[in-house]
Design a protein around this ligand. Structure first.
Ligand SMILES: Cc1cc2nc3c(=O)[nH]c(=O)nc-3n(C[C@H](O)[C@H](O)[C@H](O)COP(=O)(O)OP(=O)(O)OC[C@H]3O[C@@H](n4cnc5c(N)ncnc54)[C@H](O)[C@@H]3O)c2cc1C
Length: 313
């Protein structure tokens, strides 16, 4: 069904929300998910809008990735978000994929994102109702990777998200939403959180704050990230560095952030980033690369620091 107001969605919370459908529809087609009661959000005005108000930049969950990537306010006040949205997937997908759908996208794995016929040859994994992770057979949980590019950028800004859950509307850190989403999304019986994402808010940058996003993929368009990074430094908050596509949720690089605040040189910061990722990332086999190759990409954080140097970040 199509809903137009939040009140209407409250009556159908048992359903599955559809933003642009670019993530959900292929999963339904492959019977990787079997959601029955689809609730289309594309007519809901309350999920639209990009506005600057008092202390925050507000981003509607129904805004498309394309609109985010080209909007002057996003480019000026939260450039890492505009860059992440603009580097996601392909132009066709960015034209219909929504911000809410990007954050709530399913985690992916080469054993899960397959046709039903292909999967039949294997025992069911955690994500398809079984008790095993084919990637890491002794893992007690699903190890599929969360690939959202925009989530990495939102986390660098310590953004918050407004959700409606159990008929209650509240603001929570995006990091908390992504953590909960990631945990539930590894279980076939309950693969999505029963909540509506309404909008996001990003604190306005203080004087001197700079931020940047970058990603590495097999091709410059359409491919999911092999790794992505977002960095925010300067202004009146401690620096924040985040890496994505390396685990079931983005990884906060706390030591790296502290070294950035201390003004450490590029080699020291890059080494710290690599050490933190070796400790915290959980790489798995992907379509084109083994975990060992992904680990070689941890050093790419250096390129963000080069951008920082160039822009005097
Ligand atoms: C070929 C290809 C390449 C891709 N490459 C990348 C990439 O490089 N980087 C990247 O980050 N992503 C990539 N993606 C994923 C893509 O970004 C997502 O498909 C897209 O952002 C999902 O947005 P959507 O609005 O279409 O979500 P939908 O498919 O509509 O929904 C996705 C999930 O979010 C839930 N949902 C949607 N809106 C809401 C809401 N408002 N509240 C609560 N739940 C909601 C749905 O129920 C569903 O579970 C790629 C996808 C494809 C097909």
């Amino acid at each position: 069904m199509v809903v137009r107001t939040i009140e209407e969605t409250l009556k159908v919370q048992a359903g599955t929300f559809v933003g642009g459908g670019t993530d959900l529809m292929p999963l339904l087609k492959n019977h990787a998910r079997n959601d029955k009661n689809l609730v289309f959000l594309n007519r809901m005005e309350e999920l639209k809008g990009i506005r600057k108000e008092t202390d925050y930049l507000y981003l509607g969950a129904g805004e498309t990735l394309y609109d985010l990537s080209v909007h002057p306010l996003v480019q000026k006040l939260a450039p890492a978000i505009a860059q992440a949205a603009g580097m996601t997937a392909s132009p066709q997908i960015r034209n219909i994929a929504t911000l809410g759908g990007n954050i709530m996208q399913d985690r992916r794995c080469i054993y899960f994102n397959q046709s039903q016929f292909w999967r039949k040859g294997l025992e069911r994994c955690f994500k398809t109702g079984g008790n095993i992770c084919h990637q890491i057979p002794n893992s007690p949980v699903c190890r599929a990777i969360y690939y959202s590019d925009v989530a990495t950028a939102l986390l660098a800004y310590e953004a918050e998200v407004e959700c409606v859950e159990n008929k209650i509307r509240s603001w929570i850190p995006v990091q908390k939403l992504v953590h909960r989403h990631s945990q539930v999304n590894g279980l076939a019986c309950d693969c999505h959180l029963p909540l509506l994402v309404v909008r996001f808010r990003v604190p306005l940058p203080a004087e001197g704050e700079q931020s940047v996003f970058n990603k590495y993929a097999m091709r410059s368009t359409i491919d999911f990230p092999l790794i992505n990074f977002a960095l925010r430094v300067g202004g009146d908050r401690p620096a924040r560095a985040v890496a994505g596509a390396v685990a079931p949720e983005p990884v906060l690089l706390e030591e790296t952030g502290k070294l950035l605040d201390a003004g450490s040189d590029t080699n020291t910061v890059t080494a710290a980033c690599e050490e933190e990722l070796n400790r915290l990332a959980l790489p798995i086999r992907e379509a084109c690369i083994p975990p060992a190759m992904k680990r070689m990409l941890y050093q790419q954080f250096r390129e963000l620091l080069d951008v920082r140097a160039k822009n005097r970040m």
